[in-house]
Design a protein around this ligand. Structure first.
Ligand code: SF4
Ligand code: SF4
Length: 219
């Protein structure tokens, strides 16, 4: 297992901290939009934003831009790399993100990542991933995420739900139950379309309530 010391600058950052993450609009570079295999996972807010921005429902995105993978036993969507260019299908012919305004959470963060601890998270700076010269920027400015308090509450709840589902899948010996749990997660948080005219966080909370009720009592 890779340690935090190996992949980061050894510090953890809060939302109001300055961090050396600003790579100046990535001029001339699109490295982290290439060859990412299945690592750019999509969270529920991402599919809400993508549906609003592209006009395509999740099932439509699965035809080209998105695919399903398995992470720690859970079926989750990720950005698909194209066969011809081995790059994200949203990368345009000028090497720029074609969906910058509604890019997924992980693209928003990079080269930052989240470090979860004691029911909360802070940010860390990934090193060795981006060769561009970096200058300091406030974390809140870099991640460009409005309504931060509600966004954070949603991210934490989603993280908890994934951990809970992982735990159940790990301890479950019944393949049919595993399949049904994965189908329920996928249908509840991704396949069932969100109403883009309504607030995302309320819709997510209602779905999370339903999923938690179906999963049963936490130990
Ligand atoms: S490697 Fe750095 S400069 Fe290049 S696209 Fe990624 S974040 Fe931007
Ligand atoms: S969504 Fe945009 S930033 Fe993210 S990998 Fe695709 S092209 Fe790059």
């Amino acid at each position: 297992m890779v340690s935090m010391e190996e992949i980061s600058d050894g510090r953890l950052y809060g939302i109001n901290d300055m961090v050396k993450a600003d790579c100046h609009d990535c001029v001339g570079c699109s490295r982290c939009c290439h060859d990412m295999v299945k690592t750019i996972l999509l969270y529920p807010l991402d599919v809400y934003r993508l549906a609003a921005g592209t006009g395509k429902p999740f099932t439509g995105l699965l035809e080209r831009e998105v695919e399903l993978g398995v992470v720690n036993g859970i079926v989750l969507p990720n950005l698909r790399m194209t066969e011809e260019g081995n790059c994200c299908a949203f990368l345009d012919e000028n090497g720029r993100c074609g969906i910058h305004g509604f890019r997924p959470d992980l693209c928003r963060l990079f080269p930052l990542g989240r470090y979860y601890e004691n029911g909360d998270f802070r940010y860390f700076l990934q090193v060795g991933q981006c060769d561009h010269p970096h200058t300091k920027v406030k974390v809140s400015k870099w991640i460009d995420t409005p309504d931060y308090a509600r966004n954070k509450a949603y991210i934490l709840r989603w993280h908890d739900l994934l951990a809970w589902a992982e735990e159940i899948l790990e301890s479950c010996g019944d393949d049919l139950l595993k399949k049904n749990l994965n189908l329920a997660m996928l249908n509840t948080f991704y396949m069932a379309p969100y109403d883009n005219a309504a607030d995302f966080y309320g819709q997510f909370a209602e779905r999370a309530d339903r999923m938690e009720a179906a999963l049963g009592e936490k130990e």
